[in-house]
Design a binder for this molecule. Structure first.
Ligand SMILES: [Zn+2]
Length: 155
């Protein structure tokens, strides 16, 4: 395993759309383990592959909000997104030191593949739903400066 370098403040690269994963092999498993190690060190809630320079549709997320499981979502699709949640500000490891107000759905169900290519559905609410939607956005090149309103200390 190895730490990966996080792409920071590069709107051109982070604005690119990621391609689907088609091969579920050892290389993919190693990438996901590296992403987990990187996210654990950074103490973040989620990390998308483009944030480590890989334009593939992969992200990991802290689904229990305690750092115990960084679950992988590969080729994710949104099955449903309901309700409105605009209570939290969001940060992003690619835009350190900045926070943004983003309105998101309160509850989301996603369908994705795991590291072995098996499909699963996962439903989350509130903070975890927000995290999943944030990471999903990364795969489409949508980052906080695009989808959010920046919050400054004096606001
Ligand atoms: Zn982010």
């Amino acid at each position: 395993m190895a730490l990966r370098k996080i792409v920071k403040n590069d709107l051109e690269f982070l604005g690119k759309k990621s391609r689907p994963v088609t091969v579920f092999d050892e290389k993919l498993a190693a990438l996901i383990e590296d992403m987990r190690e990187t996210l654990r060190k950074e103490e973040g809630a989620g990390l998308a592959a483009p944030q480590v320079g890989i334009l593939r549709r992969i992200f990991i997320a802290d689904i229990h909000c305690d750092g115990s499981i960084y679950k992988e979502f590969i080729n994710p699709e949104i099955i449903s997104a309901t309700g409105k949640n605009d209570r939290y500000y969001e940060g992003c490891l690619s835009f350190p030191g900045r926070s943004f107000n983003v309105t998101r759905a309160h509850k989301v169900t996603m369908r994705a593949q795991d590291v072995k290519g098996e499909f699963f559905e996962f439903t989350a609410e509130d903070f975890v739903a927000r995290c999943l939607l944030h990471e999903f956005d990364h795969l489409n090149g949508l980052t906080l400066p695009i989808v959010g309103k920046e919050v400054f200390e004096n606001d």
